[in-house]
Design a protein around this ligand. Structure first.
Ligand SMILES: [Zn+2]
Length: 189
């Protein structure tokens, strides 16, 4: 699972919307936005789910979105951007994209073909960026459609407001991703 790192948002009226982040139960690292299930558990006073495998403090056994791996005997490192499941819940195949690459090269792989599975190290994975990009495109398209349908100013402003926060979130999270990619690339060189 890949998480967002939603910042505290300052609303037009000056109030702030705070997004709670989850800290790893193994190493106390900030691993991103809290999930609904974690929030519910916290409010109910229950213990939070174990996130050590997601964080990477304990070895990863199952391929998950945002994790990295190599393919066959190759040395190229890939990020898992999508995990497809069969109806019985087992993994059908994996969609990979070159790790820290710029061109978003795509390849499909079977679980048996991947090696060196490692937990996500970037705060924001490419998988998250791809999902947010799709959301941002949809939001922008909605504004275009609304204008085309000659919507009244009030209705239009409401949609513009919603779109603004979607686009701002995408831009913000994308910036964090690029920052991490640059840092990681530097560490590897
Ligand atoms: Zn940890």
């Amino acid at each position: 699972m890949a998480r967002n790192f939603t910042p505290t948002i300052v609303n037009p009226d000056g109030s702030r919307t705070i997004h709670v982040h989850r800290y790893c139960n193994g190493c106390n690292r900030n691993i991103g936005d809290v999930t609904d299930a974690e929030m519910d558990a916290s409010i109910a006073g229950l213990s939070l789910p174990d996130v050590r495998e997601e964080c990477g403090c304990i070895p990863l056994k199952t391929p998950v979105m945002g994790a990295t791996c190599t393919f066959g005997s190759g040395k190229t490192v890939w990020e898992i951007v999508k995990v497809n499941h069969n109806q019985d819940g087992t993994i059908k195949d994996l969609h990979l994209s070159k790790y820290l690459g710029d061109g978003y090269t795509n390849r499909w792989a079977q679980v048996s073909e991947i090696r060196n599975l490692k937990a996500q190290t970037l705060r924001v994975s490419l998988a998250t960026i791809l999902a947010l990009r799709e959301e941002a495109e949809k939001a922008a398209k909605k504004v275009q459609d609304t204008i085309r349908s000659k919507a009244r100013p009030g209705q239009l402003m409401e949609i513009v407001g919603n779109t603004n926060s979607t686009l701002a979130n995408y831009a913000h999270v994308y910036a964090i991703h690029l920052e991490d990619v640059a840092k990681e690339a530097e560490a590897q060189s």
